[in-house]
Design a protein around this ligand. Structure first.
Ligand code: MD6
Ligand code: FE
Length: 158
């Protein structure tokens, strides 16, 4: 897998030998994640409000970095405690194709182009829809070089 992951905020999404979960510490450094920058939080809460979620209070920001050839298979995001809260996704760098499926993995996903600066608010009836990222094409972005960065803001805890 060529998606590199880190987090900022009170909680971070981690996968290690004990499985997938949200954790207040980085399992590699055993220290808390960096604080969520206020500019990040404001962007996420404003985007959520514009999409009809006025009370979004993210406590986790997962940061994924894709290199060309990397992809993310169809999955649901269901490790958060409250599915009434949306997930706000910010795309930077190389473009990607977002695969937006249905409530069953077998449903054929729609393909949605995501470019640098695009923000997706994923909530309401779509909150548990299967989704993924198609294999990233090679390219060069003026700021991000040969990478795509994706920030997903979540309300993971209570
Ligand atoms: C990505 N995004 O854009 C992967 N999950 O790289 C996700 O898996 C995702 O964009 C939940 C909500 C929005 C997302
Ligand atoms: Fe996801």
């Amino acid at each position: 897998m060529s998606v590199a992951m880190t987090n900022c905020g009170a909680l971070g999404w981690v996968s290690d030998e004990s499985g997938y979960r949200y954790s207040p510490v980085d399992p590699l450094s055993k220290t808390p994640w960096p604080e969520m920058p206020p500019e990040f939080r404001d962007l996420a809460t404003r985007a959520a409000a514009e999409a009809g979620f006025p009370d979004f209070a993210p406590d986790a920001c997962l940061i994924n970095r894709y290199a060309p050839g990397a992809q993310m298979g169809l999955h649901q995001d269901r490790d958060e405690s409250d599915f009434a809260a949306p997930i706000v996704s910010v795309s930077l760098g190389l473009p990607a194709v977002f695969l937006f499926g249905g409530m069953r993995r077998s449903e054929r996903p729609r393909r949605i182009a995501l470019e640098s600066g695009d923000v997706v608010v994923f909530g309401g009836p779509a909150r548990l829809a299967y989704h993924g990222i198609a294999k990233l094409a090679a390219g060069a972005h003026p700021l991000a070089g040969a990478y795509r960065l994706n920030l997903t803001f979540r309300k993971a805890g209570r």
